[in-house]
Write a protein of this length. Structure first.
Length: 495
């Protein structure tokens, strides 16, 4: 664990270290958490008129201070949540997102935005801001189950986004290199590249594919706040986080208390989840790799989904036992059906063939099935990646349902919409070695398009040759859009 420092960061933008109590403009100590005095209210008003340059300079100061001292605790951060930052956060939200329990849409809130944000800013800094419960909704998962989502009220989204923008300056200096989920500049393909490079370049013979069961629903609030306090000592920020955690959930008009967990879909959830796993898993896994592993070991984590590679099976088995015990301390457990230890790597094919055990097993990560393959020219080991079949089927089922709703649109409108769907699918899945899956997806889209057109009218004479010709105009042909993982990885990590 990170030890607490005796020095803290004051409210100035340069992030200088000062004693716990901060100084206001008059030079008098200002204890954290008290209601602002008249003088402090004037400071807040002045901060509203600061330029973007000053605001960005302040955030850079926070980040530089976090980078200089990994044990520094920040006592005054809320003043960085200015009207300008709230405005930036508002425009960063999705315009067409479903409203929360307040029923306020993005477009409605934009009317009179300046006065609304000044009022919101005042309530946040005076301590009169109240978080509203999340609106519970469900979306289907690939396995047929329902995933619960929490839709926050619009003002909660704005404040959460602004506060998380400030906290990100600190935690981006703390989070480890193998953590990829929900971090700025770290996409899913960056995690996929790191995993591919790790397996190809390191001595990996065993893969531990693990998933934490119902992670977002099982986060313990007491542990989360303890973890946050390792870096954050601003009691106003801590109270805001506590308000969001205790706001509860509204489902069909019925409010229910949340004893644990943080709603998926909440703006604050991704960062808070990463903080939780940083202390509950990342730091511990890094220590285990350095001091307990007898061979090489790689780790790649994307949110609650992690893949680890080991040189020795004994290391993998011991790590799994220790990991289960570690997670138990923080109210978490590995999903028994989604956690597997498999033989995988450059020697897996030969070793299993020698034992008469058939081909090596595969594992799934971030939408792709990873396979022990080989280059077609030299026969050297190569990690192949194919789109997960279940996810491909689920995507086509969803497309079929949407086509039924849109079947009476004009051919041009359908063509434009399907082009965006197909291109969006290619943008993610067009990795080297996955061309056959892309071709299959495009073909299946055309088939479902034909069925939808034939059903909208008995007089419709649409047939396969005619629609294939139309699809040539609207649907892009598959091509590989992503470079080989090692090329992109080496470009981003020149070392």
């Amino acid at each position: 664990m990170i030890q607490k420092s005796n020095m803290h960061v004051d409210g100035k933008s340069d992030g200088r270290a000062v004693p716990t109590k901060c100084l206001n403009k008059s030079g008098n100590p200002l204890a954290e958490g008290r209601r602002p005095t008249k003088e402090n209210t004037e400071q807040t008003t002045a901060s509203q008129t600061q330029s973007w340059g000053d605001a960005l300079s302040g955030l850079r100061g926070v980040r530089e201070a976090a980078k200089r001292d990994k044990r520094l605790r920040f006592t005054a951060l809320l003043h960085h949540v200015s009207v300008l930052l709230l405005e930036s956060s508002f425009y960063a939200l999705k315009r067409d997102a479903a409203p929360g329990v307040d029923g306020v849409t993005w477009t409605e809130y934009e009317t009179g935005l300046g006065e609304r944000l000044k009022d919101l800013h005042s309530r946040v800094h005076r301590g009169t801001y109240r978080a509203q419960p999340s609106k519970r909704t469900y979306i289907p998962k690939a396995d047929g189950r329902q995933r619960p989502l929490g839709i926050a009220a619009l003002e909660d989204k704005i404040v959460q986004h602004a506060v998380m923008t400030v906290l990100n300056q600190i935690y981006e200096e703390d989070f480890l290199g193998f953590s990829y989920g929900f971090r700025p500049g770290r996409r899913q393909h960056d995690a996929l590249d790191a995993l591919w490079v790790g397996i190809m370049r390191r001595k990996v013979n065993w893969i531990l594919d693990a998933d934490i069961r119902s992670f977002f629903d099982e986060i313990r609030h007491d542990w989360l706040l303890k973890f946050v306090k390792h870096r954050i000592a601003d009691r106003r920020i801590l109270r805001l986080i506590g308000k969001w955690l205790r706001a509860g959930v509204s489902e069909e008009g019925q409010w229910s208390k949340t004893e644990r967990g943080t709603p998926q879909g909440s703006v604050a959830s991704p960062l808070l989840a990463n903080v939780y796993l940083h202390y509950a898993f990342d730091l511990w896994a890094q220590h285990w790799r350095r001091h307990r592993a007898t061979g090489e070991m790689i780790v790649v984590r994307y949110a609650d989904d992690a893949v680890l590679g080991f040189q020795h099976r004994a290391d993998a088995e011991q790590f799994l036992r220790d990991w289960k015990e570690r997670l138990g301390r923080f109210g978490l457990e590995l999903h028994p059906d989604k956690t597997r230890l498999i033989e995988f790597g450059r020697y897996a094919v030969a070793n299993r063939k020698e034992r008469g055990e058939g081909k090596p097993e595969t594992f799934n990560f971030l939408g792709f099935t990873h396979i022990c393959g080989q280059t077609w020219k030299t026969g050297k080991f190569l990690v192949l990646r194919k789109t997960i079949h279940k996810q491909l089927s689920a995507k086509l089922r969803a497309l079929k349902e949407e086509l039924r709703r849109r079947k009476h649109l004009s051919m041009a409108e359908l063509g434009k919409w399907l082009r965006s769907v197909v291109q969006g699918y290619f943008n993610y899945h067009a990795v080297p070695g996955n061309l056959a899956s892309l071709r299959s997806f495009r073909l299946q889209v055309i088939r479902r398009w034909l069925r939808a057109l034939q059903r909208r009218s008995q007089k419709d004479r649409m047939n396969w040759p005619r629609l294939v010709a139309i699809a040539e105009r609207w649907l892009p042909h598959p091509s590989i859009l992503h470079p080989y993982p090692n090329l992109r990885f080496d470009a981003k990590h020149p070392r």
